[in-house]
Design a protein. Structure first.
Length: 467
C-alpha cells in the first residue's frame, strides 16, 4: 500500500437507515483501525441520485453517532469524486485494459442471452479493437477482463481463486459518462489510502472483480475481510418479519450504546469464551481473523443479558439522564432524587431502559395512588388496615430512615405479633406501589423516603377498596 498506517472505511449507501448488519461492519472496521493505531474513515456512496437522500444520510450519521462510532477526518461523498473516476477509466483505456463498447441495448440483450446459452461470461464484440469506432455514437467503457485466474486471501473466507473466464467485461463508465459502483469503489478506496476492506460477504465476488481493476491500474490491492450476513433467530435471512433492524430501533427500545457495541462484537466474532467487553477490552482483543465464517443469528435474550451487564457498571447519574427520555410521568426534583437513590436496585433488576421504566414506576406515582382491580385485593382483606394502622406509628418513630432500620421494624412487628411476613407485607406493598414491580419492602420504603411512604400509607387508610 501507499502507507504503512492501517486505514479502514465504512461506506454505506444513503438509501435508508443504518441497518444492524451495517452497524456491525462499521464496528469491526472501527475496532481494527483503533487497535492498529490507524484511521477509521466514512464514505457516503451517494452516486444513486434517485434513491440517495439527505434524510437517509442523516439517519446513518445519527445511528453511528448514537453507537459511538466516530470517524476520522472529513466525510467523503462519492458523488463528488467523479472526475477521479473518469480519470481512472481513461487510464485503463490507455493501458488497453478497457475498451469502448458501442453495443445498443438490444444488441447487449441478445449477446448476453447467447453467452448464457453457451455457458460463458459476456464479452463485447468491441473488445478486440478490430472494428472501426463510429464517430458521434454513444458508448460505454468496459473493463477488459484478463486471461488466467484471480486469487485473493480473505481474513474470514480464506484463500479464494476465480477463473477469469467466468467474469463479464463489466461497465466502468456508462454512456452518460457516470461511473459504475465497481470503478468508483476502487478509485475512492485507493484515494483514501484504505488498507483493509471489511464488508459483508455479499460483496465477496466483487473482491475478485475489484482486484483485477486494482492490478490493471498498477495499484496495491487492499486486504479483504468479508463478513457473513446476519440471520434472524429462525436462521433465515434478516428481514422485516424479525422486527427491529435499524440501529435507532434498538436505541428506542432502551439499549445502551455500550451494550449494543458489545453485542454486535459478539455477533459473529470470538477468540475465547469471554462475553462481556468494555470498549478498551474490545479494542485490545479484536482481530479480523476472529470473525466467524458462518452467519450469526440475532439472539434478543443474549442482547438483553449483555446490555443488562453494562447497565450494572454504568454511572448512576448517567443512567438517570438517559432514563428520563423513556419516562411518560412528570418528574420533579424529589422524584429524581428518589430515582437516583434507587438506581443501584433498578439497574440490577433491568435489562434495558424500557425494563427500568417499568421497575421505576412505583417511585413516580402521584398521591393518592390509584389502586384498583387485582392490585387492590390485598387491601380488601379485613386485617389489612389493622396492620397498616399498627405499622404507621412504628415508621414515624424511625429517626434514621434507611433500609436496615426499616427491615428491623418489619421483622420485630412480625415477631411481636407472631405472624408471617406475608400477612402484612402484601397490603403494605399494595399501598406503597399500587401493584407495580418493586424490590424488597424495606428498600421500597427507603427509596420512597419517609414522608412519601407515610403519606401513601395514610392515603390507603383513608380509602375504601371495596369491589
Amino acid at each position: 500500500m501507499t502507507t504503512a498506517k492501517v486505514v479502514t472505511r465504512f461506506a454505506p449507501s444513503p438509501t435508508g437507515y443504518l441497518h444492524i448488519g451495517g452497524a456491525r461492519t462499521a464496528l469491526f472496521c472501527f475496532l481494527f483501525a483503533k487497535k492498529m493505531g490507524g484511521e477509521f474513515k466514512l464514505r457516503i456512496e451517494d452516486t444513486d441520485r434517485e434513491r440517495s437522500t439527505p434524510e437517509a444520510t442523516q439517519a446513518i450519521l445519527d445511528g453511528m453517532d448514537w453507537l459511538g462510532l466516530h470517524h476520522d477526518g472529513e466525510i467523503v461523498y462519492q458523488s463528488r469524486n467523479m472526475a477521479d473516476h473518469v480519470k481512472a477509466a481513461q487510464s485503463l483505456l490507455d493501458k488497453n485494459a478497457a475498451y469502448r463498447c458501442y453495443c445498443s441495448p438490444e444488441e447487449l440483450e441478445s449477446l448476453r442471452a447467447k453467452a448464457r446459452e453457451d455457458g460463458h461470461a459476456f464479452r463485447s464484440p468491441w473488445r478486440d479493437g478490430n472494428k472501426a469506432e463510429p464517430a458521434g455514437e454513444p458508448f460505454t467503457i468496459r473493463f477488459k477482463v484478463p486471461n488466467g485466474e484471480t486469487k485473493i486471501r480473505d481474513h474470514v473466507q480464506g484463500d479464494i481463486t476465480w477463473d477469469n473466464k467466468n467474469f463479464d467485461d463489466l461497465v466502468l463508465l456508462r454512456a452518460d459518462g457516470t461511473p459504475t459502483y465497481m470503478l468508483a469503489v476502487v478509485v475512492d478506496d485507493h484515494n483514501m489510502d484504505v488498507t483493509h476492506v471489511v464488508r459483508g460477504d455479499d460483496h465477496l465476488i466483487n473482491a475478485g472483480r475489484q482486484t483485477q481493476i486494482y492490478q490493471a491500474l498498477g495499484w496495491d490491492v487492499p486486504e479483504w475481510a468479508h463478513v457473513p450476513l446476519i440471520h434472524g433467530p429462525d436462521g433465515k435471512k434478516l428481514s422485516k418479519r424479525h422486527g427491529a433492524q435499524a440501529v435507532t430501533d434498538f436505541r428506542d427500545m432502551g439499549y445502551l450504546p455500550a451494550g449494543m457495541r458489545n453485542y454486535l462484537l459478539k455477533l459473529g466474532w470470538s477468540i475465547d469464551d469471554q462475553e462481556i467487553y468494555t470498549d478498551k477490552d474490545a479494542q485490545a482483543a479484536f482481530t479480523l481473523d476472529g470473525i466467524n465464517s458462518a452467519p450469526a443469528r440475532l439472539d434478543f435474550d443474549k442482547m438483553d443479558h449483555i446490555n443488562g451487564e453494562h447497565l450494572k457498571t454504568t454511572d448512576n447519574a448517567e443512567l438517570l439522564k438517559s432514563l428520563t427520555t423513556f419516562l411518560v410521568q412528570d418528574m420533579d426534583d424529589e422524584k429524581a432524587q428518589n430515582l437516583l437513590g434507587a438506581m443501584d436496585s433498578l439497574k440490577t433488576r433491568s435489562k434495558n431502559f424500557k425494563d427500568m421504566t417499568s421497575n421505576a414506576a412505583y417511585l413516580l406515582l402521584s398521591r393518592p395512588l390509584e389502586i384498583t382491580g387485582k392490585s387492590a385485593k390485598p387491601l380488601r382483606k379485613p386485617e389489612a388496615k389493622i396492620h397498616l394502622s399498627a405499622l404507621l406509628p412504628l415508621f414515624e418513630d424511625i429517626s434514621d430512615w434507611d433500609s436496615d432500620n426499616i427491615q428491623n421494624v418489619l421483622a420485630n412487628y412480625a415477631e411481636t405479633n407472631e405472624i408471617g411476613f406475608g400477612k402484612f407485607g402484601q397490603p403494605l406493598r399494595a399501598a406503597l406501589t399500587a401493584g407495580n414491580p418493586s424490590p424488597d419492602l424495606s428498600d421500597v420504603l427507603a427509596y420512597l423516603g419517609k414522608d412519601e411512604s407515610i403519606g401513601r400509607l395514610q392515603d390507603a387508610l383513608q380509602t375504601s377498596y371495596n369491589e
